[in-house]
Design a protein around this ligand. Structure first.
Ligand SMILES: [Zn+2]
Length: 488
C-alpha cells in the first residue's frame, strides 16, 4: 500500500521504513530540508485557517490587520464629496436647442422637440377634408340605453331611436348584456353640421343571437343571425383529497357552483367529516355557443360518494321555493318557526286578568300587537284545517303541521287561504283584525300539541319537505336524466 505524505513515498510498515523518494527530500536529509523550512518562516500570507495560535498564524494576522489598516487609511472618505468641475448652465438659444433634442413623456406634458414655423409656401386649407367612413366600436354600459350608446358614437338622435326600435322588434333591449360591444360604421355626410348616417351595425344581442344591420338602398335592414348553443351541463367528478373545495376547483368546477355545492351538502352531512377518499360529483348548468363562448350557471346536482354512504342531491322547486332534495325525495330540514306577524308581543301564555271578561282566565296563546291589515304568515309548512268564524276567536285559521302539531291564528280581518289548502312557511294566510272577543287589532296565536294548547315558546318545529306522488316521479326522472350527463 502507498501512502501519499508530502513529497515522500513510504511502504506501509512500522520500524524499517525505506524511503523511495529521491535523495534530498527525505526526513533523513537535514542539509537539504533546512532551507525549505527557513523559506516557509518568511511566508507573509500563511493560511489563517490552519495552525491557529502558532507564531506563523500570529504573524499572518498582523499582516492582515496592517493591510486592512493601510487600505482604510488610503481610501477616500465617504462623507466628503469628490469635487469635479460642473458645466455652466445653458442659456438662450443653446438651452432651446438642447431642450428640443431631449425627450420627455407626453404624459408629463412634454413640449419638447424641434418645431418649424410655416413658411410662405404653406397655405391654410379652407376646409379640412373628412374621412369618407368611420369605423368604431362602442360599449353598452350598466344602466345605459341602446339609443344613447349610438348617439354617443355620433349617430343622430332620430336615427338612433329608429335603430333601437328596429332592434327591439327582434329582441328585447333590456336583454342585451351590459358591456356588449357594438361595431358601428358611419357613412359620408353632406356637410359637417349634420351627424353621419349609420351604414352598418353589428353586435351580439343575446348569447344565442347576433344582429347585423346594413344600409341597403338607403334603408337600414336588420338580419338576425342565430348562434347555435349547446346546453349540455358540465359534470365534474374527482377525489376529495386534502380539501373538497380545492379539489373541485382544480377539477374545473366554477367557484360559485362549488360554494353552492358545499352549502347543499352541509344540510345533509357534516362537511368536516368528509374523508379524503370520498368522491364528489357536480353537475352545473352550462351553455356553449358555437362561436366558442362558454357560460356556466347554477349548480343542478350535488353528489358525494363516501363508499358506504352515497348522497345525491337535486335542486327542486316546490311551491315557489327551490330546495335540495336527496334521491329519496327528502328535502332540507328547517328548524324553528317564522314569526306569525311583524309586531311586538303584548301578552304571554298563562293566567291573566282578561281585559274584556274582567276575571282571571288562562291565556292559551301569545298576543302580538300589530296594525289592522298587517299580513299574517304561516309559521311552518302545513295544511289549512280551518279558515272561518269561531266564536270568541273571530275569524280564525288553524294549520296542521304534521307530527301532531297545529297552530291557530285568531281575530283576523281577512283570510288569504281556504280550508284544505297547503301552505308554505312564511306564506301570507290572512290579515290582522279585531273580530271576535278582542279589544283592538292584534293577533292571538296558539300552538297545539295533540290538540291541547301549549306555550308557543316551548316548542321548536323541525320541518322537512317530502316529495310524493307525481312530484316524486318527476323528480326521479329529472335526477336520472341528469345522472346520464357525460363527463367532459
Ligand atoms: Zn290572546
Amino acid at each position: 500500500m502507498y501512502q501519499h505524505k508530502g513529497q515522500e513515498f513510504s511502504l506501509g510498515g512500522s520500524a524499517g521504513a525505506i524511503a523511495l523518494a529521491p535523495a534530498g527530500f527525505g526526513r533523513r536529509g537535514p542539509a537539504v530540508a533546512l532551507p525549505v523550512r527557513s523559506a516557509s518562516d518568511f511566508d507573509l500570507v500563511p493560511d489563517l485557517g490552519a495552525r491557529i495560535g502558532s507564531r506563523d498564524w500570529w504573524r499572518g494576522l498582523a499582516t492582515l490587520i496592517a493591510l486592512c489598516g493601510s487600505a482604510i487609511a488610503l481610501g477616500p472618505s465617504l462623507n466628503r464629496p469628490v469635487l469635479a468641475p460642473a458645466p455652466a448652465p445653458l442659456t438662450g438659444e443653446a438651452a432651446e436647442q438642447a431642450r428640443a433634442q431631449s425627450i420627455s413623456p407626453l404624459a408629463y406634458g412634454a413640449d419638447t422637440g424641434s418645431r418649424m414655423a410655416a413658411s410662405d409656401l404653406v397655405r391654410p386649407l379652407g376646409e379640412a377634408p373628412e374621412r369618407p367612413m368611420l369605423e368604431l366600436t362602442a360599449a353598452l354600459g350598466a344602466g345605459d340605453s341602446f339609443a344613447r350608446v349610438l348617439e354617443r358614437a355620433g349617430v343622430g338622435a332620430a336615427e338612433a331611436k329608429s335603430v333601437a326600435d328596429l332592434v327591439a322588434g327582434t329582441t328585447p333591449l333590456s336583454g342585451i348584456a351590459d358591456g356588449t360591444r357594438l361595431d358601428i360604421r358611419l357613412g359620408r355626410r353632406p356637410n359637417k353640421f349634420v351627424p353621419r348616417p349609420l351604414e352598418a351595425l353589428a353586435f351580439r344581442a343575446r348569447f344565442d343571437l347576433r344582429i347585423e344591420l346594413t344600409r341597403v338602398d338607403g334603408a337600414l335592414r336588420l338580419t338576425p343571425i342565430p348562434i347555435r348553443v349547446d346546453h349540455t351541463p358540465l359534470r365534474v367528478q374527482g377525489v376529495v383529497g386534502d380539501s373538497l373545495y380545492r379539489a373541485a376547483r382544480a377539477a374545473g368546477a366554477p367557484a360559485g357552483a362549488v360554494e353552492t355545492y358545499l352549502r347543499a351538502l352541509a344540510g345533509k352531512v357534516s362537511i368536516g367529516s368528509i374523508g379524503s377518499g370520498a368522491r364528489f360529483d357536480l353537475i352545473v348548468e352550462q351553455r356553449r355557443a358555437e362561436t366558442g363562448e362558454v357560460e356556466t350557471g347554477q349548480l343542478l346536482f350535488a353528489g358525494l360518494d363516501q363508499g358506504r354512504r352515497k348522497l345525491q342531491l337535486l335542486k327542486w322547486n316546490v311551491g315557489g321555493r327551490a330546495e335540495w332534495y336527496d334521491a329519496a325525495g327528502v328535502g332540507e330540514k328547517r328548524a324553528g318557526l317564522t314569526r306569525p306577524v311583524a309586531g311586538r308581543q303584548t301578552s304571554g301564555f298563562g293566567m291573566r286578568l282578561h281585559p274584556l271578561l274582567g276575571y282571571n282566565r288562562f291565556h292559551r296563546g301569545i298576543d302580538f300587537g300589530a296594525g289592522h291589515g298587517s299580513p299574517i304568515y304561516a309559521v311552518s309548512d302545513g295544511r289549512v284545517a280551518m279558515a272561518g268564524r269561531a266564536s270568541g276567536h273571530g275569524n280564525y285559521i288553524r294549520l296542521l303541521h304534521g307530527g301532531n302539531m297545529a297552530t291557530g291564528y285568531s281575530h283576523l280581518s281577512r283570510f288569504a287561504v281556504r280550508a284544505g289548502q297547503m301552505v308554505r312557511q312564511g306564506q301570507v294566510i290572512g290579515y290582522v283584525g279585531s273580530t271576535g272577543l278582542s279589544t283592538g287589532p292584534h293577533l292571538h296565536f296558539e300552538v297545539y300539541r295533540g290538540g291541547a294548547p301549549v306555550n308557543p315558546k316551548s316548542v321548536n318545529f323541525v320541518s322537512t319537505s317530502l316529495l310524493s306522488g307525481n312530484e316524486l316521479k318527476a323528480f326521479r326522472a329529472k335526477l336520472a336524466g341528469l345522472l346520464s350527463t357525460p363527463l367532459r
